[in-house]
Design a binder for this molecule. Structure first.
Ligand code: SF4
Length: 305
């Protein structure tokens, strides 16, 4: 760690203490930001932490919808997002009007909404899911006549494959995971014949088919600790490799492709975290009528174990 970072981290930590703040950090954030986390994890793990927090301030180092979810679960606490430009392109691929239109065409359908969505879209949904629990959530709806799944067609198709339940899929996708191609996996496997391959379910069907396991980032972290394999090819955003290497220094982690970078996840830095705490900006608030409805969908997800 360089001296500049040490000085900034010292300032951040003293403000954090003074303001009784909690740092929740997504697995795709820059390594320097992951290193100051109270808790680093995937969307589901971070939602659970946010729901049980007793901090006065939650500094959310992730993308906009994640900070919104923390605000939905903690309407009485201050939730800060250090950079307002850190939005998720997939979450912006559907809006509430579009979902209402789709619901009109399928009035009996239940709506499952990936947490990578805006608060307005969550408010129009019956239940949320994350990549860690999408299969379980769809299973809870096995008696539904129809299921609409938004916005990620690839996570939706993965849950459909695993449950055998056909679903109406919104054609959204994650541009970062869509860049991980079958040819990338084939190349890495040829270079590392003893490696095991894990990919995120946001990857395309053809890419997923070449993997040994399809896992959320939290599940990847667990897998990395438990596997006997020493070489692991990882098909997700490259930020996760920082955590995997730190937690498993005896293992080798190989990114499926260096192209798997989410630029929006890299906007938050130590400097913006410090600015955020000093100025108590950017506060994420949700109109109450939307927040209450969105919370129902998130709470239903958190009740499923
Ligand atoms: S990695 Fe994909 S899903 Fe995650 S924030 Fe970036 S664009 Fe959105």
């Amino acid at each position: 760690m360089d001296a500049g970072n040490t000085a900034i981290i010292d300032k951040i930590m003293s403000l954090k203490k003074a303001k009784n703040a909690l740092f929740l950090v997504h697995n795709y954030q820059l390594g320097e930001v992951q290193d100051i986390a109270d808790f680093a994890g995937d969307s589901l793990e971070l939602s659970r932490k946010a729901a049980t927090s007793d901090a006065d301030v939650i500094v959310f180092c992730g993308v906009h919808f994640m900070a919104e979810t923390a605000a939905i679960l903690n309407p009485e606490r201050t939730v800060l997002l250090p950079d307002l430009h850190s939005g998720c392109p997939m979450a912006d691929m559907i809006n509430a009007d579009q979902l209402r239109e789709l619901k009109k065409k399928h009035p009996k359908a239940k709506v499952v909404c990936y947490v990578n969505s805006t608060a307005e879209v969550k408010a129009e949904s019956d239940i949320c899911c994350t990549s860690a629990n999408a299969v379980k959530i769809v299973e809870t709806l096995k008696d539904a006549e129809e299921i609409i799944f938004v916005p990620d067609q690839y996570l939706g198709s993965y849950a459909a494959e695993q449950t055998g339940k056909e679903m109406i899929l919104w054609p959204g996708y994650c541009p970062t995971h869509a860049r991980i191609l079958p040819s990338d996996i084939q190349k890495r496997k040829a270079e590392n014949p003893n490696a095991v391959v894990i990919v995120h379910p946001e990857c395309k069907v053809e890419t997923r088919a070449l993997a040994d396991a399809r896992l959320s980032t939290g599940q990847m972290a667990q897998f990395a600790q438990e596997t006997d394999k020493k070489e692991i090819i990882v098909g997700t955003e490259i930020g996760l490799l920082h955590r995997l290497r730190k937690e498993n220094p005896d293992k080798t982690f190989i990114s499926a492709t260096e192209q798997a970078i989410c630029p929006r996840m890299k906007l938050i830095t130590l400097e913006t975290v410090l600015w955020s705490l000093e100025n108590m900006e950017n506060r994420i608030t949700i109109p109450e009528e939307i927040s209450i409805k969105a919370k129902n969908a998130v709470d239903r997800m958190l009740e499923v174990h």
